[in-house]
Design a protein around this ligand. Structure first.
Ligand SMILES: [Zn+2]
Length: 312
């Protein structure tokens, strides 16, 4: 009877599993603040993908840790960059028949300063130069699409980047590649552990000038409208748990597919409670994900993807 009258469902195919790709072979480096999460060389990532595919997980979201970093984030848009190498290897594996391969498009993992855009010297301080960042983000998206990404997912929050990426993809013959835009990404303390995983902490300042103020729901909805006008095919809300009201409001306002990202801090605080024996692991994982689905997310990016798929 409960199954018959259940209002919200949660399936392995709703879940997207993030992977952190690093150079080398046979590398599986644990991320201290995220138990169960590893930086993986491409060969290890392929094994991980095969397991995720077997479990029925819906897709992978790929982040990269480049060999070296520079001011312009060359590793992001280099055709031989780490995510591009990973995409080609995954594309060649059987797992790609069952998984949607999504490339994270941003510069912060690849820039020496750790910001998501280009830095220029302003009057008093350093500033992020929105417009010069767009070209590099567009190049990143095109090179990922050519390497085999099914979807590109810009997470940088520069203004105008969805339009710039769409134009560049179309010009490069990748008109079929959809854009999953992080349309309202809030400046959040809950990204802390990710910065260790992706080695992307800003070397100075913070990201409040380009990420959203957590106090602003209406502004978040305006940002979403703009991204859809610019050509976003799907949107991703981030973080999830502290912003479930924003997920709900967005779901009611727009009719493009919408997902939410259960970010590193949400994952790590649950893991910490599990380690202390304070929460029932299996139930808490599924409840945290069901809450995000009930708020209106069609799909969820989560580090629990494999584990939740096993439970389901
Ligand atoms: Zn970034």
């Amino acid at each position: 009877m409960r199954a018959l009258v259940r209002e919200t469902t949660l399936e392995p195919g709703d879940l997207i599993y993030p992977l952190f790709l690093c150079p080398g072979e046979g590398v599986r480096r644990a991320v201290g603040s995220m138990p169960g999460v590893f930086q993986l060389s491409v060969d290890e990532a392929v094994k991980e993908a095969e397991e995720a595919a077997r479990l029925g997980v819906g897709g992978l979201l790929l982040f990269g840790l480049p060999e070296s970093k520079d001011e312009r984030g060359t590793g992001a848009w280099d055709d031989d960059g780490i995510v591009q190498q990973g995409l080609r290897a995954l594309r060649a594996s059987a797992a790609s028949k069952k998984l949607v391969l999504i490339g994270d498009v941003c510069l912060c993992e690849y820039t020496s300063h750790g910001h998501c855009g280009m830095i220029v010297k302003g009057r008093d301080d350093f500033e992020i130069d929105n417009d010069s960042s767009l070209d590099l983000l567009a190049r990143t998206a095109v090179s990922q699409a050519r390497a085999g990404a099914d979807v590109v997912a810009p997470s940088d929050m520069m203004d105008g980047r969805v339009a710039a990426i769409r134009k560049a993809l179309d010009a490069a013959g990748c008109a079929q590649t959809p854009i999953l835009s992080y349309a309202s990404k809030f400046a959040s303390a809950f990204y802390g552990p990710f910065r260790e995983a992706a080695d992307s902490a800003p070397q100075f300042g913070d990201r409040k000038t380009y990420q959203m103020d957590g106090a602003n729901l209406r502004e978040a909805l305006r940002e979403i409208d703009l991204d859809i006008e610019e050509g976003a095919d799907m949107i991703l809300m981030k973080p999830a748990m502290p912003y479930l009201d924003v997920v709900r409001a967005a779901r009611e306002r727009v009719d493009v597919p919408l997902g939410a990202y259960q970010v590193s801090g949400e994952y790590s605080m649950l893991q910490a409670a599990f380690e202390k024996g304070w929460l029932d692991r299996d139930r808490a994982i599924l409840e945290s994900l069901m809450g995000i689905r009930r708020a209106g997310a069609g799909f969820i990016v989560t580090y629990f993807a494999k584990e939740a798929a096993k439970l389901l």
